[in-house]
Design a protein around this ligand. Structure first.
Ligand code: 21W
Length: 218
């Protein structure tokens, strides 16, 4: 899977994706993460990427031209296997089902990240396939949402998870949306003990305890 992130702050994307699981997945060529800075696609001396909103109001709006050129660079023509996504607080809610759909259907995801008060609305209307939100709260830009989507999709790709059992275990608990409490050594910390069922070595008892204590992800 190739991820391309169009952002004014490429260092935010690199800091996360070059470390840990995603860093290892890139070294193994299971995924790639590229960034494109719309500032590099300006044509004026001041490298202007934003301007005042028509009609007035607070803050600045990201201009369409640098984003148009950046998106054309990332996704030059229509391609069934490539999805162009605008991260937007008013977009479709991102869920595990959306992550699964992306991992199954596409070989390339292009993310457009807004900053300032937003992005010229013609970008959403004409230049992207869809708008996605990661939740009902207000952030300062689309970079953390893009990283959230990349993280959730990348770990569904064969070979990315360190432990091959992790994905299988998650999917046989029906819909990828539950988890049970987990413990590791020591068995006793201060007065706090690990549930004895988990120490019993009785696999049926362990499975029963885990079923009873399943916490659904809301
Ligand atoms: C959020 C910028 C809200 C601007 C009209 C006039 C991407 C995000 C974002 C951001 C506004 C996501 C306005 C959950 C998020 C994102 C930055 C509102 C005010 N509109 N998912 N004035 N939450 N956030 N603009 O914030 O870009 S996905």
């Amino acid at each position: 899977m190739k991820f391309t992130v169009i952002t004014l702050f490429p260092e935010l994307i690199a800091a996360y994706t070059n470390a840990a699981m995603l860093g290892r997945a890139q070294k193994k060529h299971l995924i790639s993460v590229a960034t494109i800075n719309p500032r590099d696609f300006t044509q004026d001396a001041h490298q202007t990427v934003d301007d005042k909103p028509f009609g007035g109001g607070a803050g600045m709006v990201m201009k369409i031209e640098p984003l148009y050129r950046a998106i054309k660079k990332a996704a030059p023509r229509k391609n069934k296997k490539c999805r162009v996504i605008l991260l937007s607080a008013s977009g479709r809610p991102f869920t595990q089902a959306v992550a699964q759909e992306f991992a199954a259907r596409y070989t390339e995801l292009v993310f457009v990240c807004g900053r300032y008060e937003g992005v010229d609305a013609r970008v959403a209307e004409h230049l992207v396939d869809e708008e996605l939100s990661v939740g009902s709260y207000v952030l300062t830009g689309g970079e953390l949402p893009a990283l959230t989507v990349i993280d959730a999709v990348a770990r569904l790709i064969q070979g990315v998870l360190g432990n091959a059992e992790s994905l299988a275990e998650e999917s046989h608990n029906t819909d990828n949306t539950g988890e049970y409490p987990q413990y590791t050594r020591p068995e006793k910390f201060k007065t706090w003990r690990v549930p004895p069922e988990l120490l019993s070595g009785n696999h049926a008892a362990i499975a029963a305890w885990r079923r009873k204590n399943l916490k659904k992800i809301r």
